[in-house]
Every structure is written in C-alpha cells, then in structure tokens.
Design a protein around this ligand. Structure first.
Ligand code: ALA
Length: 868
C-alpha cells in the first residue's frame, strides 16, 4: 500500500539522518488544554521548542495523527479537505536550521517522494532572503515565490511557537488552471501545497508580541494524503489508497458506484470515508461521542456521516461495517485502532441507532419545516427542532444547507438565550438561599474564611451572622440562620462531596450546623439552628464537626477514587467521570460508557476496589504546579476544567486524581465496598450507586436476612432454596394444567346446561343467561356454544364485582330478519347503564348495573319477537 510505504520511507530517511522516530501522540492532547485535538506534528514538542522541557534527542521525526474540524461544512465537497489526516514531519530542537531543513526537504521530495524536480515550486516569507538563496541551490529563482504573513508565517495558535515558513508546491498542470505561478493560482488547485517547513524562531505571547525562542528550531509538516494523491496523479485525496479502500467497501455495501464527478452522491462517499477515520482514531484515543467538548465533535461527525449515509440508501447502522477495512490498511502502523476495534464498533452502532431514532421522530417535522420554509427556516422552527427533537443547531444548519435553505440564526440565538434565562430563573428560585450581592461587598471588607483540612475542631471568631438572608448582629434561641467564621474545620459542599454538619458553640450557647456551603467565593456559610442561648458577632466560639459523619464521607470519597480507577481498569481507559455525589451514606458516580455493565464486570470492579482497600495504603495529598500535572497522564483531571496554578493531588498509588475534597488516611478505613446499582442516566452516561463500611455490611445483612426469610417461608435449608423453588414452580405448573382441565370440563357442563335452557321466541332459539366466565373465556365459549346451537341468539350476562358485561352472538341466518348483535346491544346497553358495540354476529357492552341484566334479557327477547 503506497501510503504505508511513503509513511515508512519518510521516517526511514530521517532516521538515517540522525533523527529519532517518535510515535504519533494521541489525537487528544492530554497536556494542552488550549487544543481540542492534535492538529500538527509539532504539538507534542511545543514545550521543547519553548525551552520548557528537554528530550534526550535534538532531531526527531514522526507521522502524526491529526484532526481538524474547522471547515467541517466543506469536508467531502472539495478535493483536499479532511477532518483526519496524517502529517509527516521532521523536527530540530536547536540542532540544524534553515540550510539543512531545506536540503532535507529537497532530498526527500526528489528521492523519497520521487517527484519530478521540474514540477516543484517553493514559497518563502516575503523578506526571507536567506531561505530564497538557499532554495536557489536546488531550483531556479523563477520557481521561487514570496508571500506575506497569511501564507508564509506559521504559528501554532493565538499564542505559542511560530516563525516564517517555506512551502513546497507541486504543479499539477494546466488541467487545473491556467495560472502561471502560485501567485496567480488563487484556488491553490494547480500548485498544490504538500509540505510546510517552519523556521521556528519566536514565541507569540498574549497580545501578539513576539519574543525569540531560546534556540532556533525546525518544524515541518507534509500531508501524507496529498503526497500520495500527487504520486498517484489523482485529483482528490479521496482517490488515494486508504480512503478509496473505504469508499470501495461503501460501494460494495450500498450497491452504488462511486463517481467523483457526481455532485449529488460523491460527497456522501467522501464524508463517510473521512469521518469514519476521525471517529475510529479519536475513539481509540479515548474520546466517546457525547454532548460536550471533543465528544460533541465526534457526535456531530457521526451524525453527519449517518445523514450522508441515507443518500446512499443506508437506513440502518452501517458505519461499523467499514471499520475492518480501515484497520486492514492502517492497523499495522497504528495498533491502537486494532485494539479498539470492538469498542468502536459497538459505540458507533449504538450512536447511529440512537440518531436514527431521533431522525425518525424529527423526520416528519423536518420535512414539514422544509416544505413550509419558503427559502428560510424560521427561528421558532429551528428552536422547536432543537428543543423538542434534540437536533443540535449545527445539524439544523447542515440540513438547511443540503436543502439550499437559510436559517434565521439571530432569531434562534435569541430564543435560546430566553430559554436559558427561564431555566436559570427557575433553578434560582428553588435553591436560592442567599443573594450573591450581599456577599460581594462583604468580601471586600473581610478576609476569606480559612478552611483546615486536618482539624475536626478549632477556636474561631464569628465575623458575620445572617438570618432570613440578611446580616444581623446576633441569633437568638430557636432562630434559623447562618454563621460565618474567620476559620473553620467545616468542609463546604464542593466537587460532589457534601458539606459538614456539627456544632458551633460558646459555653452553653449552641448553634447546630446542618449544612455548609460556599454561597460566594471566599465565604463559608454554616447554616442551621440556634439550638440554645444566643451568639453574637465578634464572639469567640468553638467549632466542631460531626467527626464520625466526616469519617464516613472521607471513606466514601476515597472509595469513589478507587471506583473510578477500578472502572478504568476493567472497562478501559476511556472511562471519564461525568459527575459524583459523596455523602456519609453512599456514593453516586456517573461516568461515560456506552453500555450497561455485565454482572461479571461489576464483580470485577468490586474485587479490584476491595483488593485495593485491603492493601491499606496511606492516602497522600500534596500540591504541585498545574503545568507539571498537565504533562502527567497518570493523574486524572478533566479537560476544559479551569485549575489554579497550584493543584492538590490525592495519591493512593493506584489512583492519582486532582481533588479538593476530604479523604481517609489509610485505604483500610473504608473497610468494605459494595455496588448496589448500575443504571443509565443519559445516552452514553452510566451511574453507579455504591456503599462502604457499615452501610456495605448492612447491605449484606439485609440480603442474608432475606435469604433466611425465604428459607423459613419454604421451610427449607438456605442451600436448598433454589431446588425448593424449582419444585414449587414445577408443582404450580402441574396444578395449573389440572385446573385447566377441570375448567374445561366445567365449561363443557355449563354449555350442556345452557343448551337445556334454550327457549323459542317465535321460531328463533334464544339462550339468555347469567354465567360466570373470565374475560379470556367469553369469546371462545360463546362461539362454541353457537356451534352447538347452530341457529339462534345467545345472550350472556357476566357479573364482575359491581360491574357487568353483556355479550351477544347471533347466527348468520337471522341477519335477513334484521336480527343482529350490534343492533341488539345498542338497545340493551343503556339498560345496564353502559355502552358497547360490535358487528352483526357478535357484540358486547360493559355496564354499571348488574341488577338489570334480567331486564336486558327481556328487552332482547321482545326485540327478537318483534322482528320475527
Ligand atoms: N506545523 C506546521 C504546519 O502545521 C508544519 O503546517
């Protein structure tokens, strides 16, 4: 496969030039919260360029997995945009610079890529005469062009390493445009850029100022797909081996031939083949489709691919069927995708299923909206699609674009904002205890309350008191209120851990703390009841938490970290906390995972956690600069969360997590860990509820008591409960069988006795009797009875508690006399205070007055009489 060959030869060449081959970093940049996805080979070396970290090599090369989702709308519709691509690069960290870089680039272009030297052009930064003359050694000046900042000054982002660059371009000929040089080629289609060489010299700081890097360096990036497309002489990256392979599989699955000129269908093939690669590579690196951050990008890509799939006739999930094709072409060089195969297949299929359900639900509405849109989807329609059917606005914009419609986005944003305000207000009314503003001024004149992790009691001073959400000078016995102290041992609710309870007292004056919260940064509010006496501002008090409750909370919090760790061990490294609640009684832990845990998985997690507890390791907490922590993928942290410069780490050997909460001193204190329940709370989010220590013991006791109760009930030994129940079930089955037979006999007798009671109304046979039948028995019974009677009218009245039912069957031969079941029931139903209906041969009614059944029979007889 050509792509694989080029990838390997590129690395081999640079290895022979003293470069260390560095594996691609994850597409998820763990150590850089400024980046959503890795988007260039140099990402993993950012700090090396900046001089902040060192490697034991100064020359490196790599083939980097990159994801760029900026121009998503274009991907699939142009010949060279991709959301996933491979970037081949060579790097020098203060080793070689321009001269060697240009030499290498030329050598590789003409000897490894084997391009015709006469077709190659280069561009340099407008005043980079040095680069210009270095290039002149390889190509004539007529094929060297100068560009400005936009084209030839590369920087990683708003901030970070940057420098002038020099691009290599390949002239694909007049077929693409009659431009005579890259300067005239505005579309960039004729002179295709395939390799960028950045002469890293500066660090761009906030505000745009450039400061020189400690050492001049080199960063290059060649797009593998572009290089391969040039080597193959094909028009688009979708015609290169890997993507074309996926497209071939798609042709096979859909039965539709790929024709790159087909404006309607080619984009569908392109979008699907590209998005599939992004999905699989990102999932292999731990991202899962979700509603936030990177997960949301994946969800968007998957939905886009699914929608385009419909153009190719795929109504059911199909993306997973393409994964083996992708793995066969890329799995050798990127083994992580082979390892993640079955997980990717499962998650992708589940996501597709769920989106297809949404499409079905919203499909009618969308069609309606499109039909009535007159060129534009209104704000309220767009909002309805989002609010009621969960279509993200990006999705709506894409659907609109596909139907050549416009969307009233400004109006939509306004509706969104209004809805947000409404829900903000709604939650505020419910949980508002304090007006934040009263604390804004307060914190200007008071020091922040100080919290002591390692103390359960201490002496403090009351610096403020509140009642009815207003400041006051004192609290009297029986009054509810809030105390603010200069320092406190009370932990305020945060990070999923509940606040402490306890007492604040001075002699006999006791305030009971029921809740501790932070209503405003720097303020710790102890809320509760003035149980006895009175407390006033500036008084010295003793603050003491309920230590045994705190110990349970600590045990549960540490167990939560172990649970998080245990889940990643058993289910995989993609497990990410999505929320938690830790109190003194139980643990609630939400995390991203695409399917229910099996009983074995739950058992394995419990075993891991309990094994860890028995190791009784000391739980350590220490602080570190955040910049260091970011680089350590062993420490669990949350992308997108804002952390202070210094962060606190809870370290229990197996598990290291950033955490500001309270923990047990030794894992053994947790005692015992037990999962009570595992459930789903949203698409792709699972919840585990668990208990530890005494609560876990109680859980086991309850189960044990229940088993004993069952044994007593069955009068058997506990070990024989199973076989006893089996025997009871078997016995039950036999009895049910016997009962059925007996009932059959009973009904046969009933039929016979009813046949004895046939009376003639004129020439018509009539049976009208009250009987006792279940609702399942009625219809077959009356049919069988008619089988015996052959011709006539059967009316059965059935009493059910205080209600009754009337059922009528009429044989066909009486229809000509206009004796019909539905007509009869129409007249009889009101008598029993009911209603009903049916057909000519069979009708029934329910009524509220069973005492009138006889009267109803009489009425029916007289109607029959009149008809004859
Ligand atoms: N980092 C450079 C680029 O992405 C090579 O173009």
């Amino acid at each position: 496969m050509l792509s694989q060959e080029i990838r390997r030869q590129f690395l081999k060449y640079f290895k022979s030039q003293g470069h260390t081959i560095v594996p691609s970093s994850s597409v998820v940049p763990h150590d850089d919260p400024t980046l959503l996805f890795s988007n260039a080979g140099m990402n993993q070396f950012k700090d090396v360029f900046l001089g902040k970290s060192k490697r034991d090599y100064t020359r490196a090369c790599s083939s980097q997995k990159c994801v760029r989702v900026i121009d998503l709308d274009n991907v699939g519709h142009t010949s060279r945009h991709l959301t996933f691509f491979e970037m081949l690069g060579n790097f020098s960290f203060g080793d070689y610079f321009k001269k060697e870089a240009i030499g290498f680039a030329w050598d590789v272009t003409t000897h490894v890529f084997d391009f015709d030297p006469k077709k190659v052009w280069v561009s340099v930064y407008k005043d980079d005469d040095e680069a210009f003359s270095l290039w002149e050694k390889h190509i004539p000046a007529s094929r060297i062009v100068r560009f400005g900042e936009k084209e030839n000054f590369w920087s990683m982002g708003e901030i970070g390493p940057c420098g002038p660059c020099s691009e290599l371009l390949y002239d694909r000929g007049e077929k693409y445009s009659d431009a005579r040089s890259p300067i005239e080629d505005l579309s960039g289609e004729r002179y295709l850029e395939f390799w960028n060489n950045v002469f890293m010299q500066f660090n761009k700081e906030k505000g745009g100022a450039l400061s020189p890097l400690p050492k001049k360096s080199i960063d290059t990036g060649a797009g593998l797909e572009r290089v391969v497309s040039l080597k193959l002489g094909v028009d688009s990256v979708f015609l290169t081996d890997i993507l074309r392979g996926i497209i071939a599989k798609l042709e096979n699955l859909s039965g539709i031939k790929y024709d790159e000129e087909n404006k309607e269908l080619a984009p569908a093939f392109n979008v699907i083949s590209d998005h599939l690669r992004t999905l699989v590579f990102a999932m292999a690196d731990g991202v899962v489709p979700s509603n936030a951050d990177r997960g949301y990008v994946l969800r968007k890509l998957l939905r886009r691919a699914t929608r385009y799939g419909r153009k190719l006739g795929f109504k059911d999930p199909f993306l997973a069927k393409l994964i083996p094709t992708l793995i066969s072409s890329m799995g050798d060089d990127y083994p992580e995708i082979t390892l993640a195969k079955s997980r990717c297949e499962e998650i992708i299929t589940l996501e597709e299923e769920s989106f297809i359900r949404t499409l079905h639900r919203g499909g009618n509405l969308i069609n309606e909206v499109i039909e009535n849109s007159r060129g534009r989807i209104s704000a309220s329609d767009a909002f309805k699609l989002k609010d009621t059917y969960g279509f993200p606005i990006e999705e709506i914009l894409l659907i609109a674009k596909d139907s050549l419609l416009d969307v009233d986005l400004a109006g939509f944003n306004k509706l969104e904002e209004e809805a947000k305000n409404r829900s903000r207000k709604a939650t505020k009314i419910q949980c508002e205890t304090f007006d934040e503003n009263i604390f804004a001024d307060f914190t200007k004149t008071h020091h922040p309350s100080e919290f002591f992790y390692d103390k359960s009691k201490l002496d403090a001073k009351i610096i403020a008191l509140l009642t009815d959400c207003k400041f006051t000078d004192s609290l009297e016995e029986g009054q509810k209120g809030t105390l603010i102290l200069d320092k406190t041992p009370f932990y305020a609710e945060k990070g999923g851990q509940v606040g402490d309870r306890g007492m604040i007292f001075m002699g006999d004056n006791i305030f009971e703390v029921n809740e501790t919260k932070v209503p405003y940064p720097g303020v710790i509010a102890h809320s509760g009841l003035m149980k006895k006496g009175k407390l006033s501002k500036n008084e010295k008090v003793h603050a003491e938490i309920d230590s045994s409750r705190r110990q349970n909370i600590c045990n549960n919090h540490s167990a939560t970290h172990l649970l998080h760790w245990g889940l990643s061990e058993v289910l995989g490294s993609h497990i990410k906390q999505a929320g938690s609640l830790v109190d003194d009684k139980r643990i609630r832990f939400d995390f991203n995972h695409h399917k229910p845990l099996s009983s074995e998985e739950i058992r394995k997690v419990e075993e891991k956690v309990n094994d860890a507890i028995r190791k009784n390791i000391k739980v350590q907490s220490y602080e570190k600069p955040y910049v260091e922590v970011q680089k350590d993928s062993a420490i669990k942290q949350f992308f997108g969360d804002k952390y202070a410069e210094t962060v606190r780490i809870i370290d229990m050997e197996f598990s290291k997590e950033l955490c500001g909460g309270c923990h047990t001193s030794f894992l053994g204190n947790i005692g015992f860990f037990k999962i009570l329940k595992e459930s789903s709370i949203a698409a792709g989010v699972r919840r585990i509820e668990a208990v530890t220590g005494k609560e876990a013991e109680n859980f086991v006791y309850e189960k044990q008591d229940f088993i004993k109760y069952l044994a007593d009930l069955l009068q058997s030994k506990e070990t024989e409960i199973g076989s006893q129940i089996e025997a009871v079930i078997e016995e039950n089955k036999e009895m049910a069988q016997k009962l059925k037979l007996m009932r059959k006999e009973e009904l046969a007798l009933l039929k016979n006795s009813l046949m004895q009671k046939v009376s003639k109304v004129k020439s018509v046979n009539v049976i009208a009797e009250e009987v006792s039948l279940t609702s399942q028995e009625v219809v077959p019974f009356i049919n069988e009875l008619m089988g015996l009677l052959k011709s006539g009218v059967i009316v059965l009245g059935i009493k059910v508690d205080s209600r009754c039912q009337l059922v009528i069957k009429v044989s066909e031969d009486l229809f000509e006399k206009s004796i019909m079941a539905d007509l009869l029931i129409e007249q009889a139903a009101p008598i029993i205070q009911g209603g009903g209906g049916g057909k000519m041969d069979f009708a029934q009614a329910g009524g509220k007055d069973p005492s009138k059944l006889k009267e109803a029979f009489k009425t029916i007889r007289s109607i029959v009489e009149k008809k004859c």
